[in-house]
Design a binder for this molecule. Structure first.
Ligand SMILES: O=C(O)CCC(=O)C(=O)O
Length: 254
């Protein structure tokens, strides 16, 4: 499904948009699953506003922003498990990470209309650093997204600079790295944006009257070991393709 030029593009630029990975029926199934998770979570103590805090927006604007974010969605609905190991996903992953690929975690994001929260520019590396930097995110789009509803923006080639200093480990100084430095990556529902965890990325607030929903699956080479025991997730390490070359008795946290 992807070409050698696409693989080269990913290596050079640290990201790759792959169109039409999921068909409308698969997208609809995942949208419904997002809705069910939101409803179920609303009845628990885990339903909070996951909007990032900080000084990258004026306090008045920051206060209004809302983000629904939940981890490990493939433990809540099988539509996400199917997506994580979908043959079209495997086709891409086996070429840009492969031949051996493992799921690290999943996370769903819902930016509601008018006030969906922004993500200041950052690398994902500080959240789950690894030795060989094979880790990448596959952002599966459930809605058409553009600058108006807060699509992802990336700085092409920024993964080559290595890990940069983050404010409190969370995001880059927004004066040095404003969102406007990024290349917008508009996408359609069903498209997947793959980006390395060193690639600088962020997204603006959703100021449109449309919701923006996506799920991020983070994948790595199983021989790329964490340098810190952080971000240890439910059932981490599911093999997506190939084999795990080391035998390890895995005991999850749950
Ligand atoms: O999807 C987005 O708008 C940004 C998500 C993001 O940067 C993250 O979760 O690290």
């Amino acid at each position: 499904m992807i070409t050698l030029e696409d693989v080269e593009f990913y290596k050079e630029n640290g990201y790759l948009l792959v169109k039409g990975v999921f068909n409308p029926q698969e997208v609809e199934e995942m949208r419904n699953a997002v809705e069910r998770i939101l409803v179920k979570a609303a009845a628990t103590k885990f339903d909070s506003n996951a909007a990032w805090q900080g000084d990258y927006l004026p306090p008045d604007e920051m206060k209004k922003l809302v983000l629904k974010g939940f981890h490990d969605v493939h433990y809540h609905d099988a539509s996400f498990t199917k997506a994580a190991i979908h043959p079209k996903m495997v086709d891409v992953l086996s070429q840009i990470i492969g031949p051996n690929v493992q799921l690290h975690h999943s996370k769903m994001l819902v930016k509601p209309p008018e006030n969906g929260a922004a993500f200041p520019m950052h690398q994902d590396t500080p959240y789950f650093p690894h030795e060989k930097h094979t880790m990448l995110a596959a952002s599966v789009h459930f809605d058409d997204s553009d600058m108006e509803n807060g699509c992802l923006c990336v700085i092409p080639g920024s993964h080559k600079a290595g890990l940069l200093d983050h404010v409190g480990k969370f995001y880059l100084n927004h004066k040095e790295y404003p969102l406007s430095m990024g290349t917008p990556c508009p996408a359609k529902a069903g498209d997947v944006l793959f980006f390395n965890y060193l690639t600088i990325h962020g997204s603006d607030a959703n100021r449109s009257n449309r919701t923006r929903r996506n799920v991020l699956f983070q994948y790595r080479d199983p021989m790329d070991f964490p340098t810190e025991e952080t971000h240890v997730n439910w059932g981490q390490g599911l093999m997506i393709c190939g084999e795990n070359l080391v035998y390890k008795e895995y005991k999850g946290a749950y």
